[in-house]
Write a protein that binds this ligand. Sequence first.
Ligand code: M6R
Length: 608
Amino acid sequence: MCGIIGYIGNRNAAEVLVRGLHKLEYRGYDSAGICVFSKGHLDVIKTKGRLDKLEQRLSGTSLESTLGLGHTRWATHGEPNDINSHPHLSQNGKIAVVHNGIIENYRQIKEFLCDKGVEFQSETDTEVIAQLLAYHYKGDVMRALMTTLGELEGAYALGVMCADYPDEFFAARKDSPLIIGLGKGENFIASDIPAILEYTRDIIIMEDREIVHITRGQAKLYDLLGKTVKRGVFHVDWDAEAAEKGGYEHFMIKEISEEPRAVRAAISPRIRDGLIDTGLSALSDNWVRNIKKIHIIACGTAYHAGLVGKYAIEKVARIPVEADLASEFRYREPIVRKGDLAVVISQSGETLDTLMGLREARKRGAKILSIVNVVGSSIARESDAVIYTWAGPEISVCSTKAYNTQLAALFSLAYDLGFRKGKLSFAGMMAAAKSLLGLPELIEKVLLNREIIQKFSAQHFNAQSVFYIGRGIDFALSSEGSLKLKEISYIHSEAYAGGELKHGTIALIEKGTLVICPITQDNLLEKTLSNVREVKARGAVVMAVTPERLAGAVSDVADAVITIPDTDSIFAPIIAVTPLQLFAYYVSVMRGNDVDKPRNLAKSVTVE
Ligand code: M6R
């Protein structure tokens, strides 16, 4: 959560910071602010609300500065208001700090500083960092920073300026993402690459417990003891336009439209000579053949992809799989043994709960295979092997193409594991590879039908409550459909396993309740149709999503049927999710919501 940016160079810092913050606003948008070095002191301008409010405040000011820090906030400590907004200044006005993360021992530090006579302005944990830095500062910021970081518990990506240092700034990270951008005569820090991509493509990805000292001419990395650290430069080869709306009204619809390309990019590099190879041999063939159990660890949409992955891996590779919400896994004393594989799924690669789940699994003896979109992210770096999903930047808070590509990776993994474990014939593997390669074209066909979904959305955008029901892999898919809808439409929605309805939930079905039902599995058709009949008998209106081959049977029972092209039933969720995403999208647009920045949410959840 929260986006930070820092700049030093020859451009107008305020302009660079605000442009960068626009690219980071998906990370949090409760409030925004900047601090620039101006006429010998630190000038802070910050406000509650979106960036346009900050821009209003800035218009009319003439901030002639070439050094500054910026922040866009997702509130954790203290409500979103002007005072709690970042940057935070120390009481003496010497130190300014922007922060992403949570300082767990901030109360103790605050008490300590209050006893020393420090007066706090805000309710934030971040102000504690600024005040503690000022307390330790005796003319050497680097030294004060090392001492301060040694006393902080929790997660941070920090940008730090000091009024006595007109030509430099500092940054540090632990468990929250931070990159350094290297320009010519100018340098940057940012929470994410798109913020600085219009200025430079040369990036250093900071590691945990590192400090960087940045001037116009260089960025020097240190560990927390002040020892120099050497790190390679990563050249970004994707286009800045990939992170722009490119003529679409919202990032979400742009990203849904990119699904065929993204899935193609996720699958095709893994198919060689007709066989699927996900790079598992990085873990050694023998080790892979002997995997006893798989633990899938993820949050939100990535977790829902993991639920589909559980079905696929158990079915194809016959290895027992447990799928856990990362936030639960960590604290439930999971039984993980040496020889187990943890599959950690994350679009951002920075979700703190997932990262902590990864560490917990490793501590307990598992090897880690991650399925990640953002190259070089923390989760990718801490894994034994990585399957990159190659979805390209996903900006909309509501995750779409990342899910399809996570499924592509999980299906590939299921077949790769199955083949290596001897559960699958050569012919079976070749057939699966062929089907996987055909999926992008099928998603393209679904996208051609978007108007039908738009019309259906127009009939239901005022719904009070929407249920998603499905059986087997369709239940996992329903969970994702329901999350999409509630996240951006703010309509109450739940997903239930079809067979579970009669154990309580069916009491909520009344005349006119909308029920959305993916029916993609031939072997569960009749059972699911019985569930559709049960809810229809109580007055529900049912929209089904089903492949062409089942459409006849389904349309006899459901009120509306969205057909998707036929494919092997195991792969159906990768196609069937698109209509569910489109439905949520159109409903959100029709309700006048901010589709890409839904209330109370942020893209990258780097706090617990
Ligand atoms: O970056 P990650 O995949 O680790 O993010 C996990 C969840 O926070 C994320 O999927 C979230 O649920 C989305 N907003 C759903 O659309």
